[in-house]
Design a protein around this ligand. Structure first.
Ligand code: COA
Length: 260
């Protein structure tokens, strides 16, 4: 699609979704939010897609935030709708039944950090800069930043990043638990694709069970979460992949998972 703000590329079970507005540092306008929502719907439904990598085009930015030009003149109700539009898309990503890795290739600011945080794993280039700078615009995070940063990195980090608006480097983001790994910028794509390929070859129904348990468990009391985990654990015994995985271990061979 010539006008799409996204590039989509399938590589051996891994779908790479690239936000492609490099001249605007991949800022999230409404069209991009909607295109992302549709792209994640499609990735969820496509049987050949086993893992997803989300990144930004160009050498500078993952995503430098929600589109400030689009937001500048919004009225209150429009502002709320813009927030809900972004939140809905990001919740879709968070609850996707397939693993999503954010490949953070540069600035992940505001909506960019919010987008990275709704992904299941985050790998950052050592050159990346990460923050919630909305305060500098007289705004607050509106795509889930206050809530996901709090849950991901705790109250101290959430308050520091949101109140000061000052970006942090990738190493500090890793120390705070915001990103899983930091790699040299030159290795970012290779390392991310290696991880994504590994996930794409894992048992898809078990991956889904883990994602569901962690999503449900993160939002419920431990007793309910444990009960849900036990039910999902039991369900795994109904899959052919579980029989294959355990048999392959006992027969000292590599398992072949078939999503059944
Ligand atoms: N929304 C809309 N446009 C954005 C943008 C955003 N969040 N972030 C960058 N851009 C645009 C710039 O307006 C500029 O467009 P132009 O060339 O048409 O003027 C282009 O992207 C390049 O950005 P520029 O600011 O010139 O790059 P830089 O290297 O000097 O600075 C940043 C990079 C990331 C520090 C700076 O762009 C920035 O602070 N962006 C906003 C970050 C932010 O506040 N995000 C939260 C939004 S809620």
């Amino acid at each position: 699609m010539p006008d799409s703000p996204l590039l989509i590329d399938d590589r051996d079970g891994v779908r790479v979704i690239t936000i492609h507005r490099p001249d605007k540092l991949n800022a999230l306008n409404s069209a991009t939010l909607d295109a992302l929502h549709a792209a994640f719907d499609d990735a969820a439904d496509a049987p050949e897609v086993r893992a997803i990598v989300l990144t930004g085009a160009g050498p500078k930015a993952f995503v430098a935030g929600a589109d400030i030009a689009e937001m500048a003149d919004l009225r209150p109700v429009e502002g709320r709708d813009f927030s809900l539009r972004g939140q809905r898309m990001m919740r879709r990503v968070e609850l996707l039944p397939k693993p999503v890795i954010a490949m953070i290739n540069g600035f992940a600011l505001g909506g960019g950090l919010e987008l990275a945080m709704c992904c299941h794993l985050r790998i950052a280039a050592d050159t990346a800069k990460i923050g919630q700078p909305e305060i500098n615009l007289g705004l607050i995070p509106g795509f889930g930043g206050t809530q996901r940063l709090l849950r991901l990195a705790g109250r101290a980090a959430a308050l520091e990043l949101c109140l000061t608006g000052t970006p942090i480097d990738a190493a500090r983001a890793q120390a705070l638990g915001i990103v899983n790994r930091v790699v040299p910028a030159a290795d970012l794509e290779t390392e991310t694709m290696a991880l994504a390929t590994r996930l794409a070859n894992a048992a898809p129904l078990a991956l889904r069970g883990i994602l569901d348990c962690i999503n449900i468990g993160g939002e419920s009391a431990i007793g309910e979460g444990l009960e849900y985990e036990a039910a999902q654990f039991g369900l795994a015994f109904s899959t052919e992949d579980m029989r294959e995985g355990t048999r392959a271990f006992l027969e000292r061979r590599k398992p072949e998972f078939r999503n059944r």
